[in-house]
Design a protein around this ligand. Structure first.
Ligand code: ADP
Length: 398
């Protein structure tokens, strides 16, 4: 038989198998005996390739093509497949490819030798075809599990690095933002010492400012701790919650605040109520942050509205106000920790710039999204999108 021609034929056959078929490389001592094994494997749906122990440039070839599995086929008692396996296992490019020995030698010490040089399995001849296929499949499945594990490890490592970067940024900014109010308290205490007494009006003014500044520090620390906690929470606290109940509770809590500010707060229930699996306390925090902002940035006489819409795959919850709106240039940044618009800072509207970062974090932990649409001077609409079902991949990450 002309081996060159036989190999050419086989390569043609290989291209006919499905593109994602596992690729198996057969390395054998006697090429002319191997078409049977080759046909058997391609017939079972694998993409097979044949080489002999003596193929020139065998190692670069294997390293470049990286098959999913290697069968070392020893058809004669003289073939030395052990040396081949040893080289494969020493080379880091090919070390992780499982190797199965098929051999005419059935003595226990031969099997022990094969395992000693890194074989994943050993099958003595004669063997049943079904057994060979079952053993190949077992090795391929184990390799796939290993790859999945590595992929997940890399994904988690990258996420961890990204989180660490955010953490560093938060610590830097927090240190800066804490320093300012502390210096202010220091100055106020000096003023109190030099110019005032807690019994007179001036002194009480200093005390009020100190109390206000202390409250700012407290809010900042509370928000920092919140972000830290949210990062470490898992999704175990998810329970079915009626969307209407969630809206009702939030609206009830904020109605007196709105009345005190001279703002009309209205809310609408969904006609046919729907249920979502939520971490209730956290989702209440999302709506509280959005409503508190809407009331904070809307002047007296304005309107704030809370409502939800149900879709086949999830629910959209909206918080809309007729307040000062957000300049277009600020919109891409408002969900970043510590970000505040110039107007909010100039008008000394209290806040830490953390509320929306917390909202985003919590919504994403529910596999949702938060969006904003706003027109400066006319108002803003924040929309929280929550899907009914957590995607399997996301559930695995949570
Ligand atoms: P904070 O309210 O503590 O400043 P947030 O993270 O909640 O921080 O909001 C970030 C910034 O986004 C606010 O400082 C404000 O400039 C802007 N913003 C948020 N919500 C609104 C709103 N409803 N109307 C106008 N501006 C808003």
């Amino acid at each position: 038989m002309n081996t060159a021609l036989a190999t050419e034929d086989m390569m043609t056959t290989m291209t006919e198998t499905a593109a994602d078929s596992p690729e198996i490389l057969i390395i054998c001592d006697q090429l002319q005996h191997r078409p049977t094994l080759y046909k058997l494997l391609t017939g079972a749906g694998y993409a097979a390739r044949l080489e002999t122990f003596n193929t020139p440039d065998l190692w670069p070839l294997i390293a470049a093509k990286r098959p999913d599995l290697i069968l070392i086929d020893m058809t004669t008692a003289s073939g030395n497949g052990y040396a081949i396996c040893q080289v494969l296992k020493r080379d880091e490019r090919t070390r992780d490819i499982p190797v199965i020995f098929l051999s005419v030698r059935s003595a226990t010490h031969e099997k022990v030798r094969a395992f000693a040089v890194g074989a994943a399995d050993y099958l003595a001849k004669p063997f049943a075809v079904e057994e060979l296929i079952a053993r190949i499949d077992r090795q391929l499945a184990a390799r796939q599990r290993q790859r999945d594990f590595i992929d997940q490890y890399v994904r988690e490592r990258d996420q961890h690095a990204a989180l660490n970067e955010i953490k560093d940024e938060i610590i830097r900014t927090a240190a800066h933002d804490l320093k300012n109010p502390l210096s202010r308290i220091n100055v106020l205490l000096r003023m109190l010492e030099v110019h005032g007494s807690i019994a007179d009006e001036r002194g009480r003014g200093y005390l009020d400012s100190i109390a206000e500044t202390t409250a700012q520090i407290r809010d900042l620390i509370t928000h920092l701790l919140d972000v830290e906690r949210i990062n470490h929470e898992d999704s175990a606290a998810l329970i079915p919650v009626s969307v209407n109940d969630l809206l009702k509770d939030t609206a009830r809590r904020y109605t007196p605040v709105a009345e005190a500010e001279g703002i009309i707060l209205s809310w609408h229930r969904i006609d046919a109520d729907v249920t979502l699996r939520l971490d209730v306390a956290r989702m209440q925090q999302v709506l509280h942050n959005l409503l508190a902002n809407a009331l904070k940035f809307t002047p007296a006489g304005g309107y704030v509205e809370l409502w939800a819409e149900s879709y086949p795959d999830g629910v959209a919850i909206h918080v809309q106000d007729t307040g000062m709106g957000i300049p277009a240039a600020d919109l891409p940044h408002i969900f970043e920790p510590f970000y505040r618009t110039q107007t909010a800072t100039d008008q000394q509207i209290e806040g830490t710039g953390f509320g929306l970062a917390i909202v985003k974090r919590i919504v994403e932990r529910h596999w949702g999204q938060v969006e904003v649409a706003s027109v400066e001077g006319a108002g803003s609409r924040f929309t929280v999108w929550l899907p009914f079902h957590e995607p399997a991949a996301a559930a695995a990450l949570a």
